[in-house]
Design a protein around this ligand. Structure first.
Ligand SMILES: [Zn+2]
Length: 116
């Protein structure tokens, strides 16, 4: 038996001990970097070669017709979702950001009186 050091902030409930989790943001960026460099991405935690899955666990969070797949490490039960954006999904992302910005402005009391 080995004692595992678990970060209490990111610790999953005991029931979900075997659940898959995405890499920490820092490790995820490391995987992205390896991908951009064109090398076979390895797990930033244990160094094992990451395995590509045909689908992503994050599918329902992907915008519109964007597709994606997971790179996963079986040993660490960690995965990185690689998103393939399309022109449409990128445009939608930008529109959402704009809408959020407009909403934020409204919430700060910047109400405009319409004079017609
Ligand atoms: Zn690993």
């Amino acid at each position: 038996m080995t004692a595992t050091h678990v970060n209490p902030r990111t610790a999953a409930p005991r029931r979900a001990r075997a659940a898959w989790r995405s890499f920490e943001p820092r490790d995820g960026r490391e995987v992205d970097l390896q991908l951009r460099e064109g090398s076979d991405p390895c797990c930033p935690c244990c160094g094992e070669l990451l395995e590509a899955r045909p689908h992503t666990r994050m599918a329902r969070y992907l915008p519109l017709d964007a597709s994606g797949y997971d790179l996963e490490c079986r040993g660490c039960r960690r995965f990185r979702c690689v998103v393939r954006h399309t022109v449409r999904s990128l445009r939608l992302l930008r529109m959402r950001r704009l809408a959020a910005a407009v909403r934020a402005m409204g919430e700060t009391g910047g109400a405009v009186r319409a004079t017609a």
